[in-house]
Write a new protein. Sequence first.
Lengths: 116, 116
Amino acid sequence: MVSKALIQEISQLEADFCSALSDPTRLLIIYSLADKPHNVTELTNELDIIQPTISRHLKTLRDRGLVYTVRNGSSITYHLGDKRLTQALDLLRAVMRDRLKHRASLAKETKATINA
Amino acid sequence: MVSKALIQEISQLEADFCSALSDPTRLLIIYSLADKPHNVTELTNELDIIQPTISRHLKTLRDRGLVYTVRNGSSITYHLGDKRLTQALDLLRAVMRDRLKHRASLAKETKATINA
DNA sequence: AACGTATATACGTTTATGCGTATACGATAG
DNA sequence: CTATCGTATACGCATAAACGTATATACGTT
């Protein structure tokens, strides 16, 4: 049997890990890096978000080990750490898409019923 | 070309969806429901968390469409909405495990280097 | 050494999130 | 009909997260 405290601690860790994904800017960064590595300036330009904001989000991704950095002269290139991350996000997006579709059809049903 | 505003909106939606996963209690609930459906009282007992807290977290899961409910007499049974959710979480956990392992070995390396 | 470019961080503020207690609502039993 | 059990919500508080501005650090060039 696994102790309750341990289970809670693991869940906390995992929640922390997932919280890296719960911000739209960070998701945009992840998708951008999944395409190819970028440095901070490139991300700043591509996403049209000011540099300190990009850096702050990169830090939270780095702290959780989702991205890693390679110094390249005076700039720093950020890489996505694990391809499975993209797979997981793809799955989540697919689930989300289906949920939204489902709701849309429910809404239509309801409207039709009311109008009937 | 997809408009920037649309991309941002989609990312916001997805971040919102992911934020459902960024709380340890909700993860415990999801894992519990992945095993089998439960009603609120069962979750309360199994996870040893007070009922209003369980209900609140269930609401956020329900709002995002991750779980659905079936009324069963006077109680309400909660079901996990999509098996892919578990798959995605498994992937994320695997990534996290590897990251932690990697860091542990890095820490060991560092220590060895310092002590050398 | 001095300057410019690239990146990171600190600070104060605003907004969001979670918690516990108390309470309301809904369904069933007696 | 009211008492009870199961579930949901409201409220006040405490904590955490995000943002923009300002500033610090690091590297490369001259």
